[in-house]
Design a protein around this ligand. Structure first.
Ligand code: S3P
Length: 451
C-alpha cells in the first residue's frame, strides 16, 4: 500500500441543491473489531461490508503478519481464518499502523496477552498521540511496554501469556482503552473487568458476545458500567455484516442540511445509541431528519436517513453526550457556524488528542473562512451566520486528519468563495469514496493549485 506522494489539493463547491440517494461505507470501528475477533476465532469468519479504508487495511496487514489468513473474496467481503486465542505468531518486522489510532491501541491489547514481541510505528500524526492510557492497564496485566519519550510511538510490547486479569476503572472515556483491556482479557487467566463512568461505543462488547465469549455487563450503584470477560476464551467464527458508519454519514448529512434546497437519503447508517449523538443534537437544532426502515444489521441498530436542508438554531451540547459523537464534532462545528445564534460546545478536551488537535485546527480554519469562533481549553463557542454563506476563500491544511479535510470540504459548500483543501490523501483512511459520493449528490469537485 504505497502512499500517494502528491497531496492533490482540491475545492468542493455547490452551485445548487444536493440531491440523491447514497450508501455510506462500513463502520470503521466495527470493521477493525471484526478482523481482530475473526483472527482470534478457531475457523473461518466471513465479513460483509467491511470498510476498505487505509486504517482498517492496517489492521488486516498486522493480523496477517501475526499469522491470520485474511482473503478478499469480493468488494467489501473478506474471509478470515483465525488462529485461536493465544495463537498469534511473532511478526517479522515492525507493525506499521499508518494513521490509525484504533489499530494501534486495540492491537496492543491483543499482543499484550500473547507470547510475542511487537513494535508499533506510525505516521507523524499517530506518533504525536498519547499511548500511556493503553500501556498503563496492559502493564498491570503483565505486559512489558517500552514507549518513546512523551509516551508515544514508536513503542514495543512484550506480551505475557496468559495475561493477569485486572479490574480497571477507565480514567478517560475511551472505547479504545476499554477494548484493548477486554481483548487482552480474552487470554487472561480469569475474569478481566473494565469500569466506565460514561458510556462509550460498545461494539467490542456486542461482538465479543456474538463470538461466544463470556461477557457480563453490570450497572454499578454509582451509575457506572462494569464490563467483564472471562479468559481464556474460545471464540466461534461468525458471519458479520458491517453496518454503515455514522461517522462517515455525518458529512453528507451536514452537507444536505446546510446547502439550501437539498434533499438527500443516506442508506445503511448505524444508529447504535453509543454512536448516534450527532443525529440527536442536529434534531435538537431543528434539522429535518427522518429515520426510515429501522432494522438490525449484525446486532446493531441501522436506519436510512432522509435529510432536508433546514434552518438550524444554535445549541449547547452537554458534556455527557460527547462520547456518543466524539468523532462528529468537526462536522457539528460546521453546522454551528451556519446556525442562528451562539453555540457553546464544552467537555471536549479529548478532541485535542485525535488525529490532530481538532479544537485548535477547527477554530483556526473556521476563522480563516470568516466565522466568529472562540477557542476555550475544553471546547469552542461559535457564532453562527443564521444560514448566510461565509466569505471563505481560505486555504486549509488538514494536518493528516481525514475528518478535518472532510469538514472543511463541507464548509466550502456554504462559502461565497470556496476553500482550498490542501491535501486530499487523509480522506482515504476512513471514507475513500467521499468525494465521489459528494459529486453524485451534485457537488462540484475541482483540482486546486499546489502551494
Ligand atoms: C474508536 C474510539 C474513539 C474514536 C475512534 C474510534 C474505537 O476513540 O475517536 O475514532 O473504534 O474504539 P477514543 O477511544 O480514543 O475516544
Amino acid at each position: 500500500m504505497a502512499p500517494d506522494p502528491l497531496p492533490h489539493p482540491f475545492v468542493l463547491r455547490a452551485s445548487g441543491p444536493l440531491r440523491g440517494d447514497i450508501r455510506v461505507p462500513g463502520d470503521k470501528s466495527i470493521s477493525h473489531r471484526a478482523l481482530m475477533l475473526g483472527a482470534l476465532a478457531v475457523g473461518r469468519t466471513r465479513v460483509e461490508g467491511l470498510l476498505e479504508g487505509e486504517d482498517v487495511m492496517r489492521t488486516a496487514a498486522a493480523l496477517s503478519a501475526m499469522g491470520a489468513a485474511i482473503t478478499r473474496t469480493g468488494p467489501e467481503r473478506f474471509d478470515i481464518d483465525g488462529v485461536g486465542v493465544g495463537g498469534l505468531l511473532q511478526p517479522e518486522g515492525a507493525l506499521d499502523m499508518g494513521n490509525s489510532g484504533t489499530s494501534t491501541r486495540l492491537l496492543m491489547g491483543l499482543v499484550a496477552a500473547h507470547d510475542l514481541v511487537a513494535t508499533f510505528t506510525g505516521d507523524a500524526s499517530l506518533s504525536r498521540r498519547p499511548m500511556a492510557r493503553v500501556a498503563t492497564p496492559l502493564k498491570l496485566m503483565g505486559a512489558d511496554i517500552a514507549l518513546a519519550p512523551g509516551d508515544r510511538l514508536p513503542l514495543t510490547v512484550r506480551g505475557l501469556a496468559p495475561a493477569l486479569p485486572i479490574r480497571y476503572r477507565l480514567p478517560v472515556a475511551s472505547a479504545q482503552v476499554k477494548s484493548a483491556v477486554l481483548l487482552a482479557g480474552l487470554n487472561a487467566a480469569g475474569t478481566t473487568t473494565v469500569i466506565e463512568t460514561v458510556p462509550t461505543r460498545d461494539h467490542s462488547e456486542r461482538m465479543l458476545a456474538a463470538f461466544g465469549a463470556a461477557v457480563r455487563i453490570e450497572e454499578l450503584a454509582d451509575g457506572s458500567r462494569a464490563i467483564a470477560v472471562d479468559g481464556p476464551a474460545e471464540l466461534r467464527p461468525q458471519t458479520i455484516p458491517v453496518p454503515g458508519d455514522p461517522s462517515s454519514a455525518a458529512f453528507p448529512l451536514v452537507a444536505a442540511l446546510i446547502v439550501p434546497g437539498s434533499r438527500v437519503t443516506i442508506r445503511n447508517v448505524g444508529l447504535n445509541p453509543t454512536r448516534d449523538g450527532l443525529v440527536r443534537v442536529l434534531e435538537a437544532m431543528g434539522a429535518r431528519i427522518a429515520r426510515l426502515n429501522p432494522r438490525r444489521v449484525g446486532g446493531e441498530p441501522v436506519a436510512d436517513l432522509a435529510v432536508e436542508a433546514s434552518a438550524l438554531a444554535a445549541v449547547e451540547v452537554a458534556p455527557e453526550i460527547a462520547p456518543s459523537m466524539i468523532d462528529e464534532f468537526p462536522a457539528l462545528f460546521v453546522a454551528c457556524a451556519l446556525a442562528q445564534g451562539r453555540s457553546r460546545l464544552s467537555g471536549l478536551e479529548e478532541l485535542r488528542v485525535k488525529e490532530s488537535d481538532r479544537l485548535a485546527v477547527m477554530a483556526e480554519g473556521l476563522r480563516a473562512a470568516g466565522a466568529r469562533v472562540e477557542e476555550r481549553a475544553d471546547g469552542l463557542d461559535i457564532e453562527g451566520t443564521g444560514g448566510a454563506p461565509l466569505p471563505g476563500g481560505a486555504r486549509i491544511d488538514p494536518r493528516l486528519d481525514h475528518r478535518i479535510a472532510m469538514s472543511f470540504a463541507l464548509l466550502s459548500l456554504a462559502c461565497r468563495a470556496p476553500l482550498v483543501i490542501a491535501d486530499r490523501r487523509p480522506i482515504a483512511t476512513s471514507f475513500p469514496d467521499f468525494l465521489d459520493l459528494m459529486q453524485a449528490l451534485g457537488a462540484e469537485l475541482q483540482p486546486a493549485e499546489d502551494g
